[in-house]
Design a protein around this ligand. Structure first.
Ligand code: C5P
Length: 214
């Protein structure tokens, strides 16, 4: 029997101004890392596209390290046609500098008003290339969590979206704990209890497995 192929993204992208300066965010990639581990333990052929993260590679998981949103898009595009599931948990930077210097810019020469541009929306791009894949997104919000998550689910044509409130200090970014709500395309919402990211990763994989069987 053919193995289920699961593509997962995790970590923060870095959008460099020069080799030592960049725009990014506080994601450590923990949630996506645990999802990749749970996917692999579930017997799925797993690829992890990993932005900046201090976490080690996982035995048995193909890991592709990337820096920028553009790198992440290209890595995902190369794997997406052959996968059954995409779980997009990476914290992709929304903007990037328009210009990137090859060498470190001297302090006095730093542009104090650099021009920015939007990064490509990886999930939106891939949703347009979607055939039979199951697409799962993440929505980190500080307010109106479910409403924003539903909007993203529709806009990005997802099967489900994992919403989490990043306004609380003890959960979300860099924490071992998380509180999530999984909002589905059919309007149903599954709300597991506050738990470790490790346990929630297993819950997410079981949830996706059920979607596959539908
Ligand atoms: O629109 P927003 O960034 O909040 O959507 C979050 C979801 O979209 C996450 O799954 C994130 O990984 C993905 N995303 C993306 N490319 C971007 C920004 C977000 O794939 N440039």
């Amino acid at each position: 029997m053919k193995k289920i192929r699961c593509l997962i993204t995790a970590g923060a992208t870095r959008e460099h101004f020069d080799p030592v300066r960049f725009i990014s965010n506080p994601s450590t990639g923990k949630m996506g890392w645990h999802i990749a581990k749970a996917s692999q333990e579930n017997g799925w052929q797993t690829t992890l596209v990993m932005g900046a993260s201090p976490l080690p590679e996982i035995d048995g998981v193909e890991t592709i390290k990337v820096v920028s949103a553009q790198d992440m898009l290209e890595a995902c595009q190369s794997k997406f046609p052959d996968c059954d599931i995409l779980i997009m948990s990476a914290a992709v930077s929304d903007v990037r500098p328009k210009k990137k210097a090859t060498n470190k810019v001297k302090k006095d020469a730093i542009d104090l008003h650099p021009e920015l541009e939007r990064t490509p929306d990886i999930l939106l791009t891939l949703s347009k290339e979607k055939k039979n894949q199951i697409l799962i997104g993440f929505a980190a919000e500080t307010n109106d969590v479910i409403a924003y998550a539903k909007d993203k689910l529709e806009r990005k044509n997802l099967n489900a979206i994992v919403a989490n409130d990043v306004s609380a200090q003890n959960i979300g970014f860099a924490s071992d704990m998380n509180k999530i709500d999984i909002v589905c395309a059919d309007g149903s919402i599954f709300s597991p209890e506050l738990d470790t990211k490790e346990n929630l990763a297993r819950t997410i994989i079981k949830f996706v497995e059920k979607l596959l069987q539908k």
